[in-house]
Design a protein around this ligand. Structure first.
Ligand code: HSE
Length: 438
């Protein structure tokens, strides 16, 4: 049997502790699968003596993660600290510079510094593995990098943030407000420490940037992503979507177009009959459109200690076997610059909810502004007449109007809405949600 693989784990939070437990629980199977024993030889954590349900007394303790990364006691460094900078970045750089392979679940670090870290790993002939960084326990990195190597990918999209999917699912199923559902998600520990990271779409964007690079062989480009969060999605939108045969999901979408690659994160209308629409709660899902497999959807746990540890341990097992793929599928020097397709050129259908003044001719004016730009409407639905709260006057009442457009261009929709706004036919801001094609 080959020499044992000596692993150093930096960060013993929910995921780090679960990795240590899983390595212990599956020790025999991992030995059989990799031909080596995998031992936790060193750890680094903020609270050394905390009870974690695993015996780590044989592992050397380091208060500084970078010292663990540089230690001759470990062959492989596992970074589970989190954050794009600080000790996470310093320790990963140290490990690679010292010629040690790295396994990380750190999406922010990869989004910000992935290209440079991949180049360093290649230069040192070591592995940089990050299966756990996207969609937790779903093996999406390996699927894109190895499993679909014989395909040309057109689009990859998914539910990449469990917190947002939990909130949207609860709003729909329990008819609760956004604020109530966010509070629940925080209580259950799904949301990041700063929940704006989840609900603002930034967590999804980090993950999407990794998927884009793997799918299209491009340099990771988080700043070329158009990001909108779920904060403005209301119960009214969710109910209207349901009536029209849709569900609202926060999707991260990367799509190849003739003009470049579109990377976008936003609340999205998906047909209720699609695989992705069935995914409720904290579960994640990724769909890939590719020439040979056509459509492939992977569904599974996107977060949580054990599920994320499953992905980390899979990477550790690969490295124990001597597998060393180029981190982003092709050598980093061969990754192409991403040509960004601007959002205003996005083509697709739109859901538009307007609060319209209930005066004669308002509908006609709105339809006219759309027609001027050749925006074809699939449906117009008026949802009730209502008096604005506290409005006792004889002022015109408002009605909620929902337009569904056929495929059109984003800039035309924006122009039409500006004209409608200038006409004074609507109250407040239009709600616009893109419809994702099947
Ligand atoms: N906060 C993230 C989520 C955790 O809700 O999906 C996993 O990255």
């Amino acid at each position: 049997m080959a020499e044992p693989l000596r692993v150093g784990i930096a960060g013993l939070g929910t995921v780090g502790a679960a990795v240590a437990r899983l390595l212990q629980r599956q020790a025999e199977a991992l030995r059989a699968r990799t031909g080596r024993e995998i031992v936790v030889a060193g750890v680094s954590a903020r609270e050394p003596d905390k009870e974690r349900g695993v015996d780590l007394t044989h592992a050397a303790f380091f208060s500084d993660a970078a010292q663990l990364a540089a230690s001759p006691r470990v062959d492989l460094f596992v970074e589970l600290i989190g954050g794009a900078e600080g000790p996470a970045r310093a320790s990963v750089e140290t490990a690679l510079a010292n010629g040690k392979s790295v396994v990380t679940a750190n999406k922010a670090l990869l989004a910000e510094h992935g290209l440079r870290l991949a180049a360093l790993a290649e230069e040192k002939h070591v592995a940089l593995a990050f299966e756990a960084s996207v969609a937790g326990g779903i093996p999406i990195v390996k699927t894109l990098r190895e499993g679909l190597a014989g395909n040309s990918i057109d689009r990859v999209y998914g539910i990449l943030n469990g917190t947002c999917n939990y909130i949207l699912s609860r709003m729909e199923l329990e008819e609760l407000s956004f604020a109530q559902c966010l509070a629940e998600a925080q209580q259950l520990g799904y949301a990041e420490a700063d929940p704006t990271f989840d609900i603002g779409g930034y967590d999804t964007a980090h993950k999407l940037s990794i998927l884009t690079s793997l799918a299209f062989g491009t340099r990771i480009a988080p700043r070329a992503i158009d990001v909108e969060g779920i904060e403005r999605v209301t119960l009214a939108d969710i109910e209207a979507a349901a009536e029209l045969g849709f569900r609202i999901k926060l999707l991260g979408v990367a799509q190849r177009t003739a003009q470049g690659i579109e990377q976008r994160v936003h609340p999205t209308m998906v047909k209720k009959t699609t695989a992705i629409a069935q995914v409720m709660g904290v579960t994640n899902a990724v769909t890939i459109d590719a020439d040979a497999v056509h459509e492939l959807t992977l569904v599974g746990p996107g977060a949580g200690g054990e599920a994320t540890a499953s992905a980390v341990v899979a990477d550790i097992a690969d490295i124990a076997k001597g597998v060393r793929s180029a981190p982003f599928g092709i050598p980093s020097a061969a990754l192409r610059e991403l040509r960004r397709m601007p959002m205003r050129r996005h083509e697709g259908g739109y859901y538009i909810r307007l609060t319209v003044r209930d005066v004669a001719g308002a509908f006609a004016k709105i339809a006219g502004r759309m027609a001027e730009r050749r925006i074809s409407l699939e449906s117009i639905v008026q949802r009730g007449r209502f008096q604005r709260a506290g409005d006792q006057s004889s002022a015109p009442r408002s009605v909620s109007v929902i337009l569904i457009t056929h495929a059109t261009s984003e800039h035309l929709v924006r122009e039409a809405l500006e004209a409608i706004d200038a006409d004074g036919t609507i109250v407040g801001k239009a709600q616009v949600i893109r419809i994702e094609r099947e």
